[in-house]
Design a protein around this ligand. Structure first.
Ligand SMILES: NC(=O)C1=CN([C@@H]2O[C@H](COP(=O)(O)OP(=O)(O)OC[C@H]3O[C@@H](n4cnc5c(N)ncnc54)[C@H](O)[C@@H]3O)[C@@H](O)[C@H]2O)C=CC1
Ligand SMILES: N[C@@H](CC=O)C(=O)O
Ligand code: NA
Length: 436
């Protein structure tokens, strides 16, 4: 049988890694797919730049539109990233009858509904395993492996760059900006790294996970997003003293009132496996009603871990080239007509426990005022940590862990605490989840 011909758009970290894995494991991959896979063409913006892969036998172009309209290409692999021109290229590839494999979470989170509809109309596949948690086969796990469950909630460390930064700050006390530069050098970060550190990349991935876990449309605009830029080395140290680690988590939870969708730094008990997921590694904890909690761990970014997912998708597409499109696994796990509009809750309605850090004057009665305000808002305190006065400072750091409270109630209490003359500046708050 003739080889299946593929064209790759973008030969950077992920595109280059994909070529390397396809070449190195060609025999194994052919045995699995049933057909030889041949990368015929690839596009890259700068044809003269050195790259991580050998391009012998691959026709290079700086015009990706040539590839999506090439009648010989059966599968287009999109590893350019971003919205423009990726969206247009993917839509054109589909219009030209090509299956698509993409690593682009932004594209799927923002335009997946439209892209999958176009693919369905033409009986084509759009595979996106690399878009969430890099090399962890999490899309396949939820869509197929957990199909018998009602998913209750999931919580994931789904941005490798920010986990790398938090780990280096926690283990080595390194500077934020310094570690971010290293993540960029290693190819982990997005083209615009603010997406990583401000939680946007994790929110793109959470949008996709929530959709396939609960059978809801992709709704990036409804995710509450808070990144890690406000986390200081002191917060990491205080959390540790209380038995917690701080991780950037994406959380999606089904409640009787609606669905929580949120990305924010979170204190997690240090004894939990997920609290010990460090560096660029990702992990997704999923609670299904039948299976209970399952934890999925692996590299969340980097050339070959991500290529592992891209190549698996290519193999999936090749295997199904001859099968009836109607019988394939639906893009968003649920049958298109069964996708339902369960409401997404606003962040004020969500209940969590909190870590609060305040700067308080060192005199009697100050803590009593704070606890009085918390009690008036029915907020119970789980633990208090009072630190020595830092040198040259006029106020003491006081850390409190609360029990669960709605964000609305906590905001009201924090406003009153911040208005106390004995409290300096803003009260720092980080949400806390026990994930039990
Ligand atoms: N780097 C990683 O570890 C991971 C990246 N991803 C996703 O994979 C995609 C690619 O990321 P990387 O490989 O890291 O990016 P990269 O910057 O290393 O490579 C991008 C490639 O696309 C080409 N390109 C960029 N803009 C273009 C344009 N306007 N027109 C034509 N070509 C263009 C560049 O020349 C380069 O070859 C993104 O969607 C990213 O979010 C997903 C998982 C992990
Ligand atoms: N920038 C992303 C890359 C993988 O999706 C990350 O750091 O996780
Ligand atoms: Na994945």
């Amino acid at each position: 049988m003739n080889p299946v011909k593929i064209g790759i758009l973008g030969l950077g970290t992920v595109g280059g890694g994909t070529v390397n894995v396809l070449r190195r494991n060609a025999d194994e991959i052919t045995r699995r797919a049933g057909r030889e896979i041949q990368v015929c063409r690839a596009s890259t913006r700068d044809l003269t730049r050195s790259r991580i892969c050998d391009t012998t036998g691959i026709a290079l172009t700086d015009d990706p539109y040539e590839i999506v309209s090439d009648p010989d290409i059966q599968i287009v692999v999109e590893t350019i990233g971003g919205e423009t021109p990726a969206r247009d290229l993917v839509m054109k590839a589909l219009a030209n009858g090509k299956h698509v494999v993409t690593a682009n979470k932004m594209l799927i989170a923002l335009h997946g509904n439209e892209i999958f509809a176009a693919a369905r109309e033409r009986g084509l596949m759009v595979a996106f395993e690399a878009a969430v948690a890099g090399g962890i086969p999490i899309i396949k796990t939820i869509r197929e492996g957990l199909a018998g469950n009602k998913v209750e909630w999931l919580a994931g460390i789904i941005n490798g760059t920010s986990n790398f930064i938090l780990t280096e700050m926690w283990e080595k006390g390194r500077d934020f900006a310094d570690v971010l530069q290293e993540a960029q050098r290693l190819g982990y970060a997005e083209a615009d790294p603010t997406f990583d550190i401000e939680g946007v990349d994790a929110a793109h991935k959470l949008t996709i996970l929530a959709s396939i876990a609960f059978g809801i449309p992709l709704q990036f605009g409804k995710v509450y997003i808070e990144g890690i830029t406000g986390i200081t080395a002191a917060d990491v140290k205080y959390a540790e003293a209380l038995g917690y680690r701080i991780k950037l988590l994406g959380i999606a939870r089904r409640t009787p009132k609606g669905i929580e969708l949120r990305v924010h730094p979170t204190l997690i008990p240090a004894r939990r496996l997920i609290a010990n997921v460090n560096g660029v590694m990702n992990a997704v904890l999923i609670k299904g009603d039948a299976v209970g909690p399952t934890l999925h761990y692996g590299a969340g970014a980097g050339a070959e871990p991500t290529a592992s997912a891209v190549v698996a998708d290519i193999v999936d597409v090749v295997r199904t080239l001859t099968s009836d499109p109607e019988n394939r696994v639906p893009h968003l796990a649920f049958q298109p007509a069964a996708i339902s509009e369960i409401p997404i809750l606003p962040i004020e309605a969500i209940e969590t426990a909190y870590y609060l850090r305040l700067s308080a004057e060192d005199k009697p009665g100050v803590l009593a005022d704070v606890t009085r305000i918390l009690a008036a808002h029915h907020i119970s305190i789980e633990a208090v940590l009072q630190k020595e006065m830092p040198e040259g400072e006029s106020h003491l750091p006081v850390i409190m862990l609360t029990q669960k409270v709605t964000e609305r109630e906590l905001n009201a209490a924090v406003r009153e605490i911040e208005a106390l003359p004995t409290i300096k500046g803003a009260v720092k708050r980080i949400r806390l989840e026990t994930l039990g």
